[in-house]
Design a protein around this ligand. Structure first.
Ligand code: FPP
Length: 224
C-alpha cells in the first residue's frame, strides 16, 4: 500500500455545474466551496498531511470582473468565518502564489497564515494567483543571483512549496485532462487521476475510491 502524504487538487467544473443546475456560474463556486469543506474533513480522517487546492490561477484574471469579485468575496468570507474552526482542528494554512491583492485581503491572508502556523494535523496550501511558470521563473531569477551549484534538491528550495513534499496524488475534476500551469515541477512523479465529475458533484465516496486505487498502484519512480 502506498503511503499518502500529499494530495493536490484542480477543482474544475464549478462554472459548468452552476450554469447547469442554477443558471449562474457563481452558484457553482458557492457549491464548490461546500465540496472543499467535505474534502478537508475526509483528508483529516485519512491522515493526509498536505492538501494543495488550486483556487485561482494567474490565468483566471482573464475572467469577467464580476466572477473574480465573487470568488474573492467567497474566499474572504471563508477565511473570516472558518479560520477559528480550522485553527481548532489543528489545520495550518499556507498561501502559494503571488500575494499582490488589496492591502486588506493580503492582511487577512497573512493573519490566517500566522495564526495557524504552528498547527500540524493538516497543512492546506491554497494556490491563489498561482502559476507554475511564474514560480519557476522566479526560482531561476533568485538562483542566478547566487553562486551555487543547482541540483534537484536545492532547486526545490526556491519554489513556494519549499519544505512541502511533492504531491503523491493529483486529482483534477471536471472532465478535462490537462495541468493548467499547476505545480509543473512538483508533479513530476505524482499519480494523476482525471475525474469526469464536476467539482461541486465530487463526493466523499469519489475521493475515497481514488485514494483506494492510488494505494494499490505500483509506484516505480523509474525503477522496474
Ligand atoms: C474552476 O472551475 C474553479 C475555480 C477557478 C475556483 C475554485 C474555487 C472554489 C472551489 C471555491 C473557493 C475555494 C476555497 C479553497 C476556499 P471553473 O470555474 O473553471 O469551472 P468550468 O471549467 O466549469 O468553467
Amino acid at each position: 500500500m502506498n503511503p499518502l502524504r500529499h494530495v493536490a487538487i484542480i477543482m474544475d467544473g464549478n462554472g459548468r455545474w452552476g450554469l447547469k443546475f442554477k443558471n449562474s456560474r457563481n452558484a457553482g463556486h458557492k457549491a464548490g466551496l461546500k465540496t472543499v469543506e467535505k474534502i478537508i474533513k475526509v483528508s483529516i480522517k485519512k491522515k493526509i498531511r498536505f492538501l494543495t487546492l488550486y483556487a485561482f490561477s494567474t490565468e483566471n484574471w482573464k475572467r469577467p470582473k464580476k466572477e473574480i469579485k465573487y470568488l474573492f468575496n467567497l474566499l474572504e468570507n471563508f477565511l473570516l468565518n472558518r479560520l477559528e474552526d480550522l485553527n481548532k482542528q489543528d489545520i495550518k494554512l499556507k498561501i502559494i502564489g503571488k500575494k499582490n491583492f488589496s492591502k486588506k485581503f493580503n492582511k487577512l491572508l497573512n493573519f490566517s497564515e500566522r495564526k495557524t502556523s504552528n498547527n500540524t494535523t493538516l497543512q492546506i496550501n491554497l494556490a491563489l494567483n498561482y502559476g507554475s511558470k511564474f514560480e519557476l521563473i522566479n526560482a531561476f531569477k533568485q538562483i542566478s543571483k547566487k553562486k551555487i551549484v543547482v541540483n534537484e534538491k536545492n532547486f526545490s528550495e526556491f519554489l513556494q512549496t519549499r519544505n512541502i513534499p511533492d504531491p503523491d496524488l493529483l486529482i483534477r475534476t471536471g472532465n478535462t485532462n490537462r495541468l493548467s500551469n499547476f505545480l509543473l515541477w512538483q508533479l513530476a512523479y505524482s499519480e494523476i487521476f482525471f475525474e469526469k465529475k464536476l467539482w461541486p458533484s465530487f463526493t466523499e465516496r469519489d475521493y475515497n475510491k481514488i485514494i483506494e486505487k492510488y494505494k494499490k498502484i505500483k509506484r516505480n519512480f523509474g525503477k522496474i
